[in-house]
Write a protein that binds this ligand. Structure first.
Ligand code: FAD
Length: 458
């Protein structure tokens, strides 16, 4: 940073939002010697730590015990009495763990020399932010405010919970209804079903998880239904009413379901309300996200943005990678290549889990021309004794001309863990011949990924 800039502004970088992207950008920029402040009005660590990935995964672990107790019998384990789930223990232990993580985030910022300011920030002009009644000038302002749940309006929609509240319910909902067909809806349906709720998922489309591989979607539907989730497709919620025993949810099919809680997992919108950017005429995309270039600059170049507010893949590792790139672009002398958004692996923590990287079969058919599909569905070895009917799907998509593996998909236990490794091979552009030349690890389910020899279809 030049002497002039240092003298001209209070800060080299003022970050709004101490979530996944904001904290990483603040710390990394401070490590280059920049003077950095970050404003946060709610919780350190943002959505992921407080009401997203972390509590969700902890609750998913809790829900998996349901299957584990059932599976144990076939391996000779006798439980003295039927296991009983205590919601308050899970919820309160989760609260303790998140407090610990909040503390770690605070210490990381402090250790990096970043000043943390508690309060809701508002952008006044291209170089000024107001927070907690104080104005700060900055050479660059980073908008890392994330997203906020969106609930469509219908009669009684105010009775629905969002993912912001669902982790902290006072009482466990014995009867649970999820509205939505995205990955968050599917995950919560599996979680509450596993914890013991009588669970319904309502989705207006013909099948959930739009954008994922069709075979993966259909396989997941069948596995979730087999585990007891009541799936209602091409159906919507017409209204919700409070009744004596809970909530009465009237569906467009005419059916009325009585439940204890309704979760609207109906999408997220950029969290721009009250931020003041509209007054500055900053450009938005058609979906209302902040439009940024490869250097994460908005249409007002001193105002930068990253993470969910920019509408890219809404994932924590993406926000983190963007933060590293942003800092390299703006606070280092070395030129940096733009972030490569291809082949970003993701998991859906429904039960069984989904792990996926690269192209779906449908995308590959459209983009590659001739392809080979290698798919296998099987009963994992564990379930030969457990008695569980859970099955596993593994699938590779290969570009026929180059032999490059362009997509890998799995539905099964720990699919995210398996696909994280496969993602390196797919990103590196390895061929099916490379997969074939890899000696498997036996006995694992994952070895199927290197022993698929005959194309299932072309
Ligand atoms: P956020 O982490 O949302 O941080 C934004 C921060 O800005 C918040 O702390 C907010 O309080 C603060 N803020 C907003 N406005 C202001 C203001 N005006 N002044 C001061 N502070 C402000 N991603 C995964 O990779 N894996 C998962 O398994 C996963 N599961 C998820 C489950 C759920 C239920 C949800 C909702 C999300 C999940 N995500 C997951 C997505 C992930 O949480 C987000 O992609 C990630 O948090 C985005 O980071 P961010 O920095 O853009 O924003």
């Amino acid at each position: 940073m030049s002497e002039t800039t240092a003298a001209q502004y209070d800060w080299d970088l003022f970050v709004i939002g101490a979530g996944s992207g904001g904290v990483r950008a603040a710390r990394t920029a401070a490590a280059t010697g920049a003077r950095v402040a970050v404003a946060e009005d709610r919780y350190l660590g943002g959505t992921c730590v407080n009401v997203g990935c972390v509590p969700k995964k902890l609750y998913s672990y809790a829900a998996h015990f349901h299957d584990a107790f059932e599976d144990a019998g076939g391996f000779g384990w006798q439980l003295a009495e039927a296991p009983r789930f205590d919601w308050a223990t899970l919820r309160d232990n989760k609260v303790g763990e998140i407090k610990r993580l909040n503390g770690i985030y605070g210490r990381l910022l402090e250790g990096a020399g970043v000043r943390l300011i508690n309060g809701r920030a508002r952008v006044i002009d291209a170089h000024t932010v107001e927070v907690a009644g104080e104005r700060h000038s900055a050479s660059k302002i980073l908008v890392a405010v994330g997203g906020w749940p969106f609930v469509p309006e219908f009669p009684g929609s105010e009775l629905a919970l969002t993912s912001n509240e669902v982790f902290d319910l006072a009482h466990f909902p014995e009867r649970f209804l999820v509205l939505g067909g995205g990955y968050i809806a599917v995950e919560f349906a599996s979680i509450f079903n596993g914890l013991g709720s009588d669970t319904h998922l309502i989705y207006r489309g013909e099948l959930f998880l739009r954008g994922f591989d069709q075979q993966v979607r259909e396989f997941t539907r069948d596995q979730m239904a087999a585990k007891g989730v009541n799936l209602h497709f091409e159906t919507n919620v017409e209204r919700i009413e409070r009744v004596e025993a809970g909530l009465a949810v009237t569906l467009t099919s005419g059916e009325v379901l009585e439940v204890d809680a309704v979760l609207a997992a109906t999408g997220r919108r950029p969290h721009l309300e009250g931020l003041g950017l509209d007054a500055l005429g900053i450009e938005l995309t058609e979906s209302g996200h902040l439009r940024v270039n490869e250097r994460f600059e908005s249409s007002l170049p001193s105002i930068l943005a990253l993470g969910d507010v920019t509408g890219g893949p809404e994932l924590t590792p993406v926000a983190l990678a963007e933060a590293m790139h942003l800092v390299a672009h703006h606070f280092s002398e070395t030129p940096t290549a733009p972030l490569d958004y291809r082949n970003i692996a993701t998991a859906v923590f429904c039960h069984p889990n989904i792990g996926t990287v690269g192209l779906s079969e449908e995308q590959a058919r459209a983009q590659c021309g001739a392809i080979r599909v290698y798919a296998t569905e099987f009963r994992p070895m564990k379930h030969t004794l457990s008695g569980s009917q859970e099955r596993c799907l593994m699938k590779l998509i290969v570009d026929d001309a180059s032999d490059v593996v362009v997509g890998a998909h799995m539905v099964g236990e720990e699919a995210g863990e398996v696909i994280q490794g496969i993602a390196i091979a797919v990103r590196a552009g390895l061929t099916k011949a490379d997969f074939d030349a890899t000696v498997g690890i036996h006995p694992t389910g994952a070895e199927e990924f290197v022993t698929l020899r005959t194309p299932t279809r072309r």
